[in-house]
Design a protein around this ligand. Structure first.
Ligand SMILES: Cc1cc2nc3c(=O)[nH]c(=O)nc-3n(C[C@H](O)[C@H](O)[C@H](O)COP(=O)(O)OP(=O)(O)OC[C@H]3O[C@@H](n4cnc5c(N)ncnc54)[C@H](O)[C@@H]3O)c2cc1C
Length: 430
């Protein structure tokens, strides 16, 4: 880049920090404005799939991540009632690494956010905490987008990136109307257990031998995996939403939660027996936008602000990392300020259809995981049974985590290659 752009990013979540790292690597001057006073997301685990680990490794973060990640060696889908394995991929980790040349890992969110933050700082990004953005608007005199903070400060840049999450104000600024997230009909109980909260030796053993487990049942499913090098267990219970419309998150009742899973696999209910407090999170999504950019092509949205999804494929943060990576890579090819609109257009062209496709796929996963017992569930379980015992599923599969049709496009995505190919095809003129 011969001309250095000033890029102002709103939000220091996974999307904002990924974009910051990527744009700084492209040689630009980056400021991140974060509303929170400290970066301490109420953390739980999150799964980082090869489409994102590939990027993070390329940014040189693999060694740091390795210090706390857990690599699930196998992947099992259990029937809810008796825990019977409907599907078991014994060599999940090995297969993933072989197919995608990158690992599938489980980490605590706070660790990942800290690693991205440290990298951003190392690259000279300025991250300003306690800087809450009020609105983004165009300064017509300067021909630049500008941001007003809650305290009245005005900041402008060549490009504003809205990475302010599900409840995005940037999105409202771009649309010019109030625009609230929509309920998906489900909520999540998020649970984190440390080894000292677990007395049961069999459960302790499960935590210290990382593996990925799903339990699937009527209108609900559960995912469980280890993190923090196998010293912590993350459990997410996905159930129908019974929170009032105006409540997006509140402490839940442990007894109510246990009641919902009465009669499920004893291994799961024993884990739930270790829980002392729990939070309920309403799972929200958004209508697809006509565009993720303003008409001047100097204000864009990324991450949950434009493609929030159900967490049923663990892709929200992963696709936010893809967004950040693609943005920086595209901007690394733009040599002059005049090329910015074209670069922004290319970013949108490459990212919007994929982000929205992934979001739609999460709803298909809900359909297949949440079946009531009956003929459709029996037909689904026959597909599982037809593959059980094989090293990998060979037919279109109800678990997209292992499906030979979905997994390759989901995990095989190479953000760098995507941009480099587009540039080779002269989608960005030099
Ligand atoms: C139960 C559950 C499990 C999940 N599991 C996974 C998983 O395993 N893998 C995965 O990839 N994804 C997972 N996700 C999704 C993932 O958490 C989100 O998609 C991802 O965190 C979105 O990142 P983001 O940076 O866009 O938004 P956020 O993480 O919400 O970050 C937005 C940031 O912007 C800041 N902000 C907001 N408003 C302002 C403002 N006005 N001014 C300044 N700053 C502002 C916020 O404080 C925040 O720091 C899960 C989600 C849920 C609910």
């Amino acid at each position: 880049m011969s001309e250095k752009l000033t890029i102002v990013i709103v939000g220091a979540g996974i999307a904002g920090l990924s974009a910051a790292v990527s744009c700084a690597l492209a040689g630009h001057s980056v400021v991140v404005l974060e509303g929170a006073k400290e970066l301490a997301e109420v953390g739980a685990g999150f799964q980082i799939t090869p489409n994102a680990t590939k990027i993070l490794q390329r940014w040189g973060l693999g060694e740091e991540m390795k210090k706390t990640w857990a690599v699930p060696s196998s992947c099992t889908v259990h029937r809810y009632a008796d825990g019977k394995a409907l599907w078991h991929e014994a060599k999940f980790a090995v297969n993933i690494q072989r197919k995608y040349q990158a690992p599938f890992v489980d980490m605590h969110r706070v660790d990942m956010q800290k690693i991205l933050y440290d990298k951003a700082i190392e690259l000279g990004v300025s991250v300003k905490l306690d800087h809450r953005m009020k609105e983004v608007r165009m300064n017509l005199d300067k021909g630049l987008p500008e941001l007003e903070l809650m305290d009245g400060t005005v900041i402008s840049g060549d490009l504003v990136v809205g990475a302010d999450g599900l409840w995005s104000r940037c999105r409202e600024s771009m649309l010019g109307v109030k625009d609230q997230p929509l309920p998906t009909g489900d909520l999540a109980y998020r649970i984190v257990l440390t080894l000292d909260q677990i007395q049961d030796e069999e459960l302790k053993q499960l935590v210290s031998s990382p593996a990925l487990h799903f339990w699937i049942g009527p209108k609900a499913h559960v995912v469980g995996y280890s993190m923090k090098s196998g010293t912590m267990y993350n459990i997410v219970l996905l159930v129908p939403d019974d929170l009032p419309p105006e409540v997006s998150r509140r402490p839940g009742s442990v007894d109510e939660m246990k009641g919902l899973f009465e009669g499920w696999d004893p291994i799961l209910t024993r884990f739930l027996g270790c829980v002392t407090t729990v939070d309920k999170w309403k799972l929200m999504h958004r209508a697809e936008l006509e565009s993720w950019t303003n008409k001047e092509k100097n204000f864009i949205l990324i991450g949950d602000s434009c493609h929030p999804m159900l967490p049923y494929l663990a892709q929200g943060a992963n696709s936010s990392i893809e967004d950040g990576c693609v943005l920086g890579r595209v901007l690394s090819y733009a040599k002059t300020r005049e090329q910015l609109p074209q670069a922004v257009e290319l970013f949108e062209k490459l990212r919007k259809s994929r982000g929205e496709k992934v979001a739609r796929e999460t709803f298909f996963q809900r359909h297949d995981f949440h079946m009531e017992d009956g003929p459709a569930q029996e037909a689904r379980d026959k597909i599982f049974a037809s593959q059980l015992g094989k090293e990998e599923a060979e037919v279109k599969f109800p678990s997209r985590w292992n499906c030979p049709e979905v997994q390759p496009w989901l995990y095989g995505y190479d953000a760098y290659q995507e941009v480099d190919e587009a540039v080779k095809q002269h989608l960005l003129s030099s």
